[in-house]
Design a protein around this ligand. Structure first.
Ligand SMILES: [Zn+2]
Length: 590
């Protein structure tokens, strides 16, 4: 019997990772124990062997074994990339960490992608493919076939070109700064001034940012025009009349259509907009204003200082642990295990990259959470959110087919957003009753209710763009403004018409990830349903939630939603009772 230590892969950067070496969940059978997965000449022979073996598979069982070996290799490479990413984001001031990460992105990834694609191709054309157990492999089969069918060699340079334009957009937005009270600030840094209680200061900060963006208006428009031309060509090359239908296939949206999205926009308009307008009116009264201006939306309407749920990160961890202890043994054990294995790096400190994420070490099959907590309510919420993603990763540990260990994004975010709603029921671990209610209110209003109309605006805009090829910039602006009228609610933009007309310039996804946004609203509908179920029967709702998480990506979306006790449906019938639930809850919180 081999000791666990024998299973350890070659580990560079170990000293830069917050956690110790973690054994592979299953002992390697195909990838050698001693291999440097950052060295392409050592990796390439494994792909050679898989390619050769594909042709030698004589039975379905052999093909299945081949798929599992391929899965093992993909997971090992995925973990290598994750480790390097984690090391870099935990030590942005360490040039070694940066170099090692960039080496993987620049030298390994580009070699990897065509080789992975070649294996997909070999699978799709394999004579024994149809002999595999259907129920087990149909999801994998559908996705792999889709990927191979859409591929066109002539699209490779066009996609590179489009990726370069995305990079240009990111570089441009990242480079924008303003002079505010004698200091140079990035636009992201300016965001926090919108929460200040001094209204004149908020307006000044907001105007500076809006004007700075408008100054680059033509650049944003140029980049976008080039992108949509490329995208139209990519779709044509792949045999699609429109980028819209191509994009739905490319994103693997087999279970809903563009028409379903249009219906969703209508449902949001009809069911969400009335309550959004009521809340805006309430906010206006609370703030004692004649009209709400764009800079009045993020501040606490009563002028109170921000909530302070904890001083030290340990306190946040123990508070969250207590909430999960009360909720469910299995989830509680999972989080405790992460803490014990130091798979949590949550405190903000110098030399850490901004933001928060959950990443999975795919060979150890363990989740890692990265955050920059400073003691705010949004930190607690982020931990609940990333905790939900981590539970998802833990739930699929026994799944040996690598792609099945992650679900489609529409369901991944159900796992995380449900956890926010469920944990928020126990915020008394952090606050007295009144502050708990205040935090719940902000969550329901700002993170849920106001998000739906914004998602609808961004999504409907893209539906318009890609079904109106050859449109002019003025037509585009008019289309956006019509959507702002539909979904913007009662905010007074007078004097800032241009800022309103080009507001979409700040939405990264429109430039870099076309159509990838509606997923968040779809997932939030799922999360709200899990929450509604738990209002009726806590235990049953949680059991369904866990059952669905265990399925990973092995089943299509409607089945994942059904397992979680939710409907995969975005019509008014599903939306209305959820809006009513939020309304009832908000009344209780007053
Ligand atoms: Zn998430």
């Amino acid at each position: 019997m081999l000791q666990p230590v024998d299973f350890l892969p070659y580990l560079p950067l170990m000293n830069l990772l917050p956690f110790d070496s973690l054994p592979a969940y299953r002992p390697r059978r195909f990838v050698p124990e001693k291999i440097d997965l950052g060295d392409w000449p050592q990796i390439a022979p494994l792909f050679d062997r898989l390619e050769k073996r594909a042709n030698e598979c004589g039975t379905a069982a052999e093909l299945e074994k081949w798929l599992l070996d391929w899965s093992e290799l993909s997971a090992a490479l995925d973990e290598e990339s994750s480790r390097r990413y984690i090391a870099m984001t935990c030590h942005t001031d360490n040039p070694e960490a940066e170099k090692d990460y960039l080496h993987f992105i620049e030298k390994i990834d580009p070699e990897l992608k065509p080789r992975q694609f070649q294996l997909s191709r070999l699978y799709v054309s394999h004579p024994l493919r149809t002999k595999l157990t259907k129920a087990r492999f149909e999801g994998f089969d559908r996705d792999t076939k889709n990927q191979v069918e859409l591929f066109r060699p002539e699209n490779v340079p066009l996609e590179t070109e489009d990726a370069k334009l995305s990079q240009q957009y990111q570089k441009l937005t990242g480079s924008l700064t303003v002079q505010f009270r004698g200091e140079e600030k990035t636009l992201i840094q300016m965001g926090r001034y919108l929460e200040e209680t001094d209204r004149a200061l908020r307006q000044e900060a907001w105007e500076l940012v809006a004007n700075r963006r408008l100054k680059e208006r033509d650049q944003f428009e140029d980049i976008f025009d080039k992108s949509i031309r490329l995208r139209g060509q990519i779709a044509k090359n792949a045999g699609f009349e429109q980028y819209l239908s191509y994009s739905f296939r490319k994103l693997g949206r087999f279970d809903y259509t563009p028409d379903d999205c249009l219906k969703f926009h209508n449902a949001i308009e009809q069911e969400f907009m009335p309550i959004v307008r009521e809340l805006q009116a309430e906010r206006r009264q609370q703030m004692n204003l004649k009209t709400l201006r764009p800079w009045d939306m993020a501040v606490d309407p009563f002028g109170r200082p921000p909530l302070r749920p904890f001083e030290k990160v340990d306190r946040m961890v123990s508070g969250a642990q207590k909430i999960w202890d009360q909720m469910d043994d299995e989830l509680a054990r999972g989080f405790r295990q992460m803490d014990d294995l130091r798979l949590l790096d949550l405190a903000n400190r110098k030399g850490k990259a901004p933001g928060g994420y959950q990443s999975t070490l795919n060979e150890a099959r363990l989740p890692f959470i990265f955050m920059n907590s400073v003691g705010l309510q949004r930190d607690v919420e982020t931990l609940f959110h990333e905790g939900g993603h981590a539970f998802h990763a833990l739930a699929t540990r026994d799944e040996d087919i690598y792609p099945y260990r992650s679900a489609p994004i529409e369901f991944c975010e159900v796992a995380s957003m449900s956890m926010e709603l469920l944990c928020n029921e126990s915020l008394e671990e952090f606050y007295a009753a009144a502050d708990s209610n205040r935090a719940r209110r902000v969550h329901l209003e700002n993170l849920i209710l106001y998000i739906f109309p914004w998602v609808a605006t961004v999504d409907a805009f893209q539906h318009w763009i890609y079904t109106h090829p050859g449109h002019t910039r003025d037509e585009r602006k008019a289309a956006w403004l019509a959507l702002m009228d539909r979904f913007g609610g009662d905010v007074d933009w007078s004097g800032y018409e241009d800022a309103r007309g080009y507001l979409w310039h700040r939405q990264l996804h429109i430039f870099t990830h076309p159509f990838y946004y509606v997923e968040y609203a779809i997932a939030q509908l799922g999360a709200l349903q899990v929450w509604a179920n738990s209002k009726r029967d806590k235990r049953a709702a949680l059991n369904d939630y866990k059952k669905a998480l265990k399925l990973g990506g092995s089943r299509p979306l409607p089945e994942l939603f059904a397992a979680a006790g939710c409907k995969f449906d975005f019509t008014r019938q599903t939306v209305r009772p959820l809006v009513n639930l939020i309304r009832t809850e908000l009344e209780k919180l007053n």
